[in-house]
Design a protein around this ligand. Structure first.
Ligand SMILES: Nc1ncnc2c1ncn2[C@@H]1O[C@H](COP(=O)(O)OP(=O)(O)OP(=O)(O)O)[C@@H](O)[C@H]1O
Length: 625
């Protein structure tokens, strides 16, 4: 008796999107199902290494694609690991990936053109069958077990589980191909997926590198007498062929195959290491951010092969976290075939491979920066934020990574740290920076006023990771990084300090009055050296956590104790002078005026005032006066 089950709600939503969206490239379902079949054969082979009882099953992996015009079906069959009942229900009834909700949202927002891309990036592989089919069955038997199970769904929110009919391990996925009703230009039409010619073309185009043979047959078609069974795919490992014989298009296809991306890569790195540690690497830098770049369980890392045999996907052990955007293949001559992820973490050879790859990638980036400025600018825009994580984690390449960085600056131009140093005015021996949550706030920050006046450039750092790395690095070459918001800042020597006329303000005792009025809110109030036009600003005490770090920690659910701020006032500012004058009169309302200044300092930093309504009322009241 068939059991009826409901899809988990996220899976249901993804399915609905699959069924109702228009794809720029509906062919992807073929690639996805073949890649699942190939994964299933890989899994069986790898599991059989540790479970000798499975060894008998893991031979002669193959994938069979069958067209049956009469029944209108297209079938993908493999002799891989298969699934038992529990696995069928959980693997094909739920989506257990972080980011599913983001994916659903992005799909809903995406114009039809990019939906295909999103599927690839997110990898909702199996469900893509419903792009082309209105009914899908999976008949499967798990290797080592003897009962087959059948999963069936029309994609309507439920599926059934019943006894299957497969007689051996593996899975048979049968797609009942939709009749295409959308035959107009604008919506794009589905190809004839029951045509041998079409399917052969798609397999050649997208699955040529799959390392198991893919056989295509059309049921009922008589074979020619001399027709031999030949796989559709070439199965050639691209990195073993002489590089000069390979066309760019072949490389790009290979990239798309391993990365699930739909676009060409930005850059390609081919590297063959000889000597004590022999391996070949074919790596790619994508042209855009993969969706899972910031997910903990994202598909990061390279594919590992050992002597041409596939070992594992997403091998994070060979590529540091901060280069996780790099996709590709590493084929080692020396590692042992039964190596596991845990062993890789300890393996000396693996760590040698990792450090050579880092070397090679950083060299490539440096070369790109030097020779292909525009391309590097695009790279930086796309992956700079990830690369900067390396400044924190990779001590060995710290300066090299800082050198690759492109910074916004208070002069309004992008700059590298080297250009920054070259252009420093005489007497400047520090690298000044300012961190904040948005570039716009930074550009308008009152803290930059004195710097601008003196012609000292300041790096503007607005990525969340910036504050962390800059605190870790502290130095580049012999130059200290110094925050333009630091409390006791002495501006570059060599420039003559302008003497400010603080006498009136000092005489009025305003500083003390503000400090008393603000009480617990402030640690200190001072007359500023750095302000030129603005009336007030906050500055940062030595080890104080900046407001944006505070928000960052809070967003991660961490408790951060509130700290008192240090506020500076500008003795040359007309408003401050006026308040000082007022403060000497009787009835001066120190609390109101001090709260106004405190609020203005927050706004100048791009922070919200603590109580907007109260602050508006206060401004109104003071203006009226
Ligand atoms: N032919 C198959 N044989 C065995 N298991 C399969 C097969 N196809 C799918 N599965 C199982 O179903 C799960 C879900 O498949 P699905 O294609 O949706 O996602 P995925 O393969 O994990 O991710 P992606 O498609 O992005 O690689 C797989 O992880 C696998 O465990």
């Amino acid at each position: 008796m068939a059991e009826k089950r409901e899809f988990q709600s996220e899976a249901k939503q993804v399915l609905e999107l699959m069924i109702n969206s228009v794809y720029s490239n509906p062919d992807i379902f073929v690639r996805e199902l073949i890649s699942n079949a190939s994964d299933a054969i890989d899994k069986l082979r790898i599991e059989s290494l540790s479970k000798p009882e499975l060894a008998g099953y893991a031979k002669n992996g193959r994938i069979d694609v069958t067209i049956d015009k009469e029944s209108g079906t297209l079938t993908f069959s493999d002799n891989g690991i298969g699934m038992n009942k529990e696995e069928l229900v959980s693997f094909l009834g739920t989506i257990a990936k972080s980011g599913t909700n983001e994916f659903i949202r992005a799909m809903q927002e995406a114009k039809s053109g990019s939906a295909g891309n999103l599927i690839g990036q997110f990898g909702v592989g199996f469900y893509s069958a419903f792009i082309a089919a209105d009914n899908v069955t999976v008949d499967t038997m798990k290797a080592g077990e003897d009962k087959a199970w059948k999963w069936e769904s029309t994609g309507d929110g439920t599926f059934t589980i019943d006894d299957g009919s497969r007689a051996s391990n593996g899975s048979t996925i049968t797609l009942h191909i939709k009749k295409d009703e959308k035959k107009d230009e604008e919506e794009g039409e589905l190809k004839d997926y029951l045509s041998e010619w079409t399917i052969r073309g798609i397999i050649r185009e997208y699955s040529d590198f799959v390392s198991y043979p893919i056989y295509l047959t059309e049921k009922g078609r008589e074979k020619k007498e001399d027709e031999k069974e030949e796989p559709v795919n070439s199965m050639k490992a691209l990195w073993t062929r002489p590089q000069k014989d390979i066309k760019d298009e072949e490389f790009n296809e290979f990239y798309r195959h391993i990365s699930h991306d739909w676009e060409d890569p930005m850059e390609r790195i081919y590297y063959r290491a000889e000597g004590t540690c022999e391996f070949t690497a074919l790596l790619f830098i994508p042209s855009r951010q993969p969706m899972d770049l910031f997910y903990q369980d994202g598909r990061h890392g390279v594919q590992l092969y050992i002597r041409r045999v596939f070992i594992m996907n997403d091998c994070k052990e060979l590529i540091p976290q901060y280069l996780r955007f790099v996709k590709g293949v590493v084929d080692s001559e020396d590692l042992s075939l039964n190596v596991s992820r845990e062993m890789l973490q300890q393996d000396r050879m693996a760590s040698q491979i990792k450090s050579s790859l880092v070397r090679k990638i950083l060299d490539t980036l440096a070369k790109m920066k030097k020779e292909k400025g525009e391309e590097f600018a695009k790279f930086w825009q796309t992956f700079g934020i990830v690369l900067k994580e390396g400044i924190i984690s990779d001590l060995r390449h710290r300066d090299e990574l800082i050198k690759l960085c492109v910074f916004e600056s208070s002069e309004g131009k992008k700059t590298s740290v080297e250009d920054y140093i070259v252009n420093m005015p005489a007497g400047q021996d520090k690298i000044y920076y300012l961190t904040g949550s948005s570039l716009k706030n930074l550009q308008n920050s009152p803290k930059l006023e004195a710097f601008k006046k003196k012609g000292v450039n300041v790096l503007l750092l607005s990525d969340p990771v910036d504050e962390i790395w800059v605190n870790h690095a502290r130095k580049y070459d012999k130059y200290d990084f110094v925050s333009a918001a630091a409390e006791n800042l002495s501006l570059p020597e060599g420039e003559k300090k302008e003497e400010k006329n603080n006498v009136e303000i000092e005489k009025s005792g305003l500083v003390k009055k503000i400090k008393d009025a603000l009480g617990a809110l402030v640690e200190d109030v001072k007359i500023s050296d750095r302000l030129v036009d603005s009336p007030v600003c906050f500055v940062q005490k030595g080890e104080e956590i900046s407001p944006q770090m505070r928000n960052f920690f809070k967003s991660m659910g961490q408790e951060v104790p509130e700290e008192k701020r240090v506020m500076e006032i500008n003795a040359d500012n007309a408003l401050i002078k006026k308040i000082a004058l007022e403060s000497e009169k009787e009835g001066f309302d120190a609390v109101d005026w001090s709260n106004l200044l405190y609020g203005l300092a927050s706004i100048a930093d791009g922070e919200p005032v603590a109580d907007g309504k109260k602050f508006t009322a206060l401004v109104g009241k003071l203006l009226e006066r």
